[in-house]
Design a protein around this ligand. Structure first.
Ligand code: ZN
Length: 256
């Protein structure tokens, strides 16, 4: 089983026009689509919940966190944002969707401002798979076309991705790095561009396939925890500090 938490600020959905597209919220739609895979144990969390639904217990029990946010980025408490970042560094996968590129955890983990061009004009987005052998591209066609989406354009102010899986073209002429993979600490991060609240993008089978692929890619690998700081020699070697006070060289292992 992979424990997936789908987080959504759930603010746009209070507007009747958006609620028509996502009556159960964007988080509800993603949870429903991904939940058809019995290997995924899905839970949802929203901004209005206590600690935004992201308590330490919930995060500790989350293998992959999916994040959708837009107009309420500033309402996410620094404490919860820091908690998310720390869990990512400790191995939790993070999938950041659409306008989540300006969320506190993503901006903090990237270290850049993460802004881009944007335009709401019902244009077509064509998402090109540029790394067909990448796990996130599994079972996809050469490109996916979303008839209407919000337009984003370069420059997208992010660090150069470790791996770039998708590039989007928009009918207005822009291009955008729309599937970006990063590693931070022990955690894997995938930024995926589509998913403006006005369009039913998250009900699509191809988009669900990408999110599912990303969950499997981002889940913790359960490799050995690295030892950072002071450690004992594996082989028998002469201890140059023998007989001296240990406190000068012993520090806590950060990954205990
Ligand atoms: Zn948008």
């Amino acid at each position: 089983m992979i424990n997936v938490t789908v987080w959504n600020e759930n603010v746009h959905e209070k507007d009747e026009r958006i609620a028509k597209v996502y009556p159960e919220g964007i988080h509800g739609a993603i949870a429903k689509m991904l939940g058809r895979n019995e290997e995924l144990k899905i839970r949802t969390a929203t901004l209005e919940m206590e600690e935004h639904g992201l308590t330490q217990e919930v995060l500790d029990d989350t293998d992959v966190l999916i994040w959708w946010g837009h107009m309420a980025h500033a309402k996410v408490s620094d404490e919860v944002a820091d908690r998310v970042c720390k869990r990512v560094l400790d191995g939790m996968g993070l999938i950041v969707l659409h306008s989540g590129h300006l969320s506190k955890p993503f901006v903090k983990l990237m270290g850049t401002c993460c802004r881009s061009k944007w335009r709401e004009n019902d244009e077509t987005e064509r998402i090109w798979v540029i790394e067909p052998a990448h796990p996130i591209a599994a079972n996809l066609p050469e490109y996916i076309e979303l008839e209407q989406e919000e337009t984003y354009g370069e420059r997208f102010e992010i660090p150069t991705p470790d791996e770039l899986v998708f590039i989007s073209w928009f009918s207005g002429g822009e291009v955008f790095r729309s599937g970006c993979c990063y590693k931070r600490g022990l955690g894997k991060i995938f930024y995926f561009r589509p998913g403006h609240e006005e369009y039913p993008t998250f009900y699509r089978e191809d988009i669900t396939q990408i999110l599912e692929n990303a969950v499997y890619w981002a889940k913790p690998s359960n490799g050995p925890k690295p030892t950072l700081g002071h450690y004992e020699a594996i082989e028998k070697v002469k201890d140059k500090f023998e007989g001296q006070d240990d406190s000068v060289r012993k520090h806590e292992n950060l990954y205990k």
